[in-house]
Write a protein that binds this ligand. Structure first.
Ligand code: PLP
Length: 283
């Protein structure tokens, strides 16, 4: 049984218990991060801890750990669970208190961290690309906060799955926001476009990596709104997330995206992504 970290203690996953009065359980009142681990070390840890801080500020929970403490907890857990490629999940909730919408006074946040073996990205997703469907973005208006309240995302992802797709691309007021669990991009005439950071989407850490890799390689990239028509007319479509890296979308709403094959700009970008991991001795 894997080791997890709960409120100051490392313990076996089947012994870790939280109160039914935890506000994470009663209200979904908390935030989280997912951090990829390659060869026993975190990828882009600083970015993830920075976003955690912003999410906590967004929901007015004081960060219960310093970044040095977070790093130590996370690394201990990775080591105790055997190193290698893992994904670390951490969450902070407002803590345990009698049920009341109002914030409790003086409650200690609950901290939970687990790490699991990284799920391999199927080769077929990279060789042939993935299928996506478009769905209306039914989520709340603070999608920039990585909140544990993921019911809408879960409903959307489930609907995509039931229609044979690996992701739902979300449409709000006629434009693309992001995927149900990923950021989204299109390529048109060798230029990459991705929606700008706003309260409509999560500021993805992988998205930051894509932006810096494109800049380094001199590939033109614009952060601007993408209309539904532009999405359907794209030469390439991609999604990105910490656990799926960057994947090409080759079928959208049952129609091939351009040639229906992963495109050349994605091929260039993913090679740079793997190179970056190697530069950091992570893969
Ligand atoms: C809604 C949403 N957008 C974007 C992302 C990508 O973020 P990151 O690259 O930091 O994993 C995720 C990741 O799970 C997500 O859930």
């Amino acid at each position: 049984m894997a080791t997890v970290y709960l409120n100051g203690e490392y313990t076996s996953a089947d012994h870790a218990k939280v109160s039914v009065f935890d506000r994470g359980f009663l209200f979904g009142d908390g935030v989280y991060e997912v951090i990829p681990v390659y060869e026993g070390r975190c990828f882009e840890l600083e970015g993830h801890l920075g976003r955690l801080q912003r999410s906590l500020e967004g929901v007015r929970i004081t960060n219960p750990q310093t970044n040095a403490e977070w790093s130590a907890i996370i690394q201990t857990l990775i080591d105790q669970n055997g190193g290698g490629d893992q994904s670390v999940y951490l969450q902070v909730t407002r803590g345990v208190a009698p049920r009341d919408h109002l914030f409790p006074a003086n409650t200690t946040p609950s901290v939970f961290v687990m790490s699991n073996p990284m799920q391999l990205i199927p080769d077929a997703f990279k060789l042939q690309g993935i299928k996506c469907i478009t769905l209306p973005d039914i989520r709340w208006q603070r999608c920039d906060i990585k909140a544990i309240t993921l019911l809408a995302n879960s409903l959307l992802k489930q609907q995509a799955h039931e229609q044979g797709a690996q992701e739902a691309l979300l449409i709000k007021d006629g434009h693309l926001t992001e995927g149900a669990a990923s950021n989204a991009y299109i390529v048109k005439n060798d230029v990459i476009y991705t929606p700008p950071k706003s309260s409509e989407l999560l500021p993805g850490i992988t998205r930051d990596v894509v932006l810096s890799l494109a800049k380094r390689a001199g590939i033109e990239l614009h952060q601007q709104l993408i209309t539904e028509a532009e999405l359907h007319d794209a030469d390439e479509i991609w999604i990105s997330s910490s656990t799926r890296e960057v994947l090409p979308v080759t079928v959208l709403d049952d129609h091939p995206v351009a040639s229906g094959q992963p495109g050349p700009v994605w091929q260039a970008l993913i090679a740079l992504y793997q190179q970056l991991k190697q530069e950091q001795n992570l893969g």
